[in-house]
Design a binder for this molecule. Structure first.
Ligand SMILES: *Cc1c(COP(=O)(O)O)cnc(C)c1O
Length: 422
């Protein structure tokens, strides 16, 4: 089946006693056992429902739908995108290991690598997500190369297939944060060779800016046979690759992230995300069309110094966007105002679009990354992440593109065009 069909048909209940068409919400903390043997069996094999920190049928339906949409082996849903990055990395690295990451990653991911994994004895190399740069820092100890499908807000697009080939040859997991890939509606990195995909479902999957959620997905691979945590006995004396085969990575994510880490997603949120996925492709296509129109229009405005949008042919990300993105170029664009931060301050004061630090909402959201989302990192790190003081980020929503343009025009009118002396 194709994406549009999977989005509405996958994960639906099959054995509901009332033949419910929609997904029931299982509001329960625990599940009962038939007898002593039943309980013992479920605890011994980790199969079946025992306690909702580990599994819930509503969340399992969401996991099945995400698995279908990303073409994955399986998925583990967690409480947020931050939890997804955390759980994926916890399953991959141990003290003494190394991670290669892009400096343009989401701020929370950079913080997680530096302030959590760094302190736990994991060395992190920040280099551009390009084959040559990554190759230069790979070592025997590297366990993960972490990139984003579209840098936020740098909008850089890594060479996914080149990195996947390199990682495969060096037996290192390529982890792609596919939040901006909109649950597979824009791109499916596993089909380009990534081993693991993470998501903030808070963004396009939810689609309404109403709740938080995240997920870790993986494809079938023999990579885990080269990781000591999967080839040596676990706490129960089992060898994970023998017990679970290629699912051992996802089992470890569930064990460390959910069972021990408690990063569990509420079944109410799982229900909303399950429903959000039914329209994600439609929403992303619509918002992509609007974003392209707005980007083209912004490019012509005298107050605007530059525009970055992967769908503009002159954009550095355009060739890779044509190769890796389908069904649109996404709903995020950034632009720089002439006159720097003073111009941005006037612009934002007159902007009637909502100003909020989120993306993938039904509404268009504007934000000034320099003073908000990226304000807690050094100026140097901000610039390395592609953020300058003159930059505004727009997450284009579902309004009419003409109305979005009218709001932007009104705010731009408050900014004096700078006259060039050339
Ligand atoms: C928002 C975001 C996250 C974090 O997700 P939360 O759901 O807010 O925890 C991670 N990666 C990217 C690319 C994001 O945009």
């Amino acid at each position: 089946m194709e994406f549009a069909s999977l989005a509405v048909l996958s994960g639906l209940p099959e054995n509901d006693p009332h033949r419910a068409v929609g997904l029931p919400i299982y509001a329960t903390a625990a599940y009962s056992f038939e007898d002593l043997e039943d309980g013992a069996q479920k605890f011994a094999t980790s199969q079946g429902y025992t306690y909702a920190r580990l599994q819930n049928p509503t969340t399992a339906a969401l996991e099945a739908r995400l698995t279908a949409l990303e073409g994955a082996l399986g998925a583990v849903a967690v409480a947020s995108g931050q939890a997804a990055s955390f759980a994926a990395l916890l399953a991959l690295v141990r003290a003494g290991d190394e991670v290669v990451a892009s400096p343009g990653l989401f701020g929370g991911t950079v913080g997680l690598l530096n302030q959590v994994f760094g302190l736990m004895g994991v060395r992190v190399h920040f280099v551009a997500p390009e084959v040559e740069a990554v190759q230069g820092v790979l070592s025997e100890k590297t366990r993960a190369v972490f990139v984003e499908v579209l840098g936020n807000p740098s909008l850089e697009l890594p060479d996914l297939e080149g990195l996947a080939q390199l990682c495969e040859a060096r037996r290192v997991a390529l982890v792609v944060d596919n939040t901006f890939g909109a649950a597979g509606a824009l791109t499916r990195p596993l089909s380009h060779g990534a081993h693991v995909v993470t998501h903030s479902l808070t963004k396009w999957a939810s689609g309404h800016g109403s709740i938080l959620g995240g997920a870790v997905l993986a494809r079938e691979t023999s990579l885990w046979e080269h990781y000591p945590q999967f080839t040596t006995p676990d706490a129960q004396g089992r060898i994970p690759v023998e017990q679970f085969g290629p699912r051992c990575f996802l089992e470890r994510v569930r064990q460390l992230g959910l069972s021990l880490g408690g990063m569990v997603l509420s079944p109410f949120n799982a229900y909303l995300l399950f429903q959000g996925l039914e329209t994600v492709e439609l929403r992303v296509q619509r918002a992509s069309q609007s974003a392209l129109e707005v980007a083209r229009w912004l490019r012509e405005q005298p107050q605007v110094a530059w525009v970055r949008y992967p769908g503009l042919p002159e954009d550095p990300a355009y060739p890779r966007a044509c190769r890796y993105l389908q069904g649109g170029f996404g709903s995020i664009l950034t632009f720089g105002l002439r006159g720097g931060i003073e111009a941005v301050s006037r612009f934002m004061a007159h902007l009637k679009l909502i100003q909020a630090p989120n993306v993938g909402d039904a509404r268009t959201l504007a934000v000034h990354p320099w003073t908000t989302t990226h304000s807690r990192i050094s100026e140097e790190a901000r610039r390395a992440a592609g953020v300058g003081p003159e930059m505004v980020r727009l997450s284009v929503g579902l309004e009419s593109p003409r109305d979005i343009q009218a709001f932007l025009a009104e705010a731009l009118a408050s900014v004096k065009p700078v006259v060039h002396e050339d």
